[in-house]
Write a protein that binds this ligand. Structure first.
Ligand SMILES: N[C@@H](CCC(=O)N[C@@H](CS)C(=O)NCC(=O)O)C(=O)O
Length: 207
């Protein structure tokens, strides 16, 4: 256990919520993890960008990023795996039968779902950034492309996720506690429900 607390550099409304859930006192695994940590909050700059101060922490200036003594770790999946490996090894149990699901659903949200969600957000933001005269036309074009390309893709992801959860009937790896897959997927599900609730019809209905 490090003497100094882990610093979570938390940009508002960002993927660093994954790290906060993993470390938070209401996390089902806290008893085991017990990592002292502090949260350093950052506000978004113009165009939802991270502020300069985050570039001082890591060269890519993205959130989340953590510092643990001399070690700086960026990329939410890497941070979740680092914290579990360093502080939760042998404690956050992954059932043998769910080992591959855990690996898969730890990497799938950033590798496959978030890029589509970011695309949807960009399509929404682009019209607001063009001259007012052509804005209605650009809005109509991007809305059409979104409906044709992005939404069907998100619906496919939604069906895939819901059918997996119907099999495990709980956490993504099928065990009694959340694992790295859940810490990664929860934020992505939240964003999906916010940006494309129709893609997660069953989950949205049960909320
Ligand atoms: N794949 C990275 C994505 C990091 C990322 O794009 N973070 C967003 C917040 S959710 C960010 O820092 N946005 C501000 C910016 O790009 O300037 C991860 O999972 O950590």
């Amino acid at each position: 256990m490090s003497a100094k607390p882990v610093i979570v550099h938390h940009l508002e409304n960002s993927r660093s919520q994954r790290i906060l859930w993993l470390l938070a006192s209401d996390s089902p695994n806290i008893e085991e993890l017990e990592v002292p940590y502090e949260v350093k909050k950052y506000k978004r700059a113009a165009q939802r960008r991270a502020p300069q101060e985050l570039l001082d922490v890591h060269p890519l200036g993205k959130s989340p990023v953590i510092t643990d003594g001399d070690i700086t770790v960026a990329e939410s999946g890497a941070i979740v795996e680092y914290l579990i490996h360093k502080y939760g090894k042998d404690k956050i149990e992954v059932p043998e039968a769910g080992w591959l699901d855990n690996v898969y659903f730890t990497h799938y949200p950033e590798g496959s779902v978030q890029p589509v969600l970011v695309r949807r957000l960009l399509f929404k933001l682009i019209p607001g950034n063009v001259p007012a005269l052509i804005r209605p036309l650009i809005r109509a074009v991007f809305s059409k492309v979104d409906k044709k390309l992005t939404l069907p893709e998100l619906k496919l992801h939604g069906k895939f996720i819901e059918s997996h959860l119907a099999k495990t009937k709980g956490w993504f790896a099928g065990g009694p506690n959340p694992t790295s897959a859940d810490y990664m997927m929860a934020f992505t599900l939240e964003i999906m429900i916010d940006r494309a609730p129709e893609a997660l019809a069953k989950i949205s209905r049960n909320m």
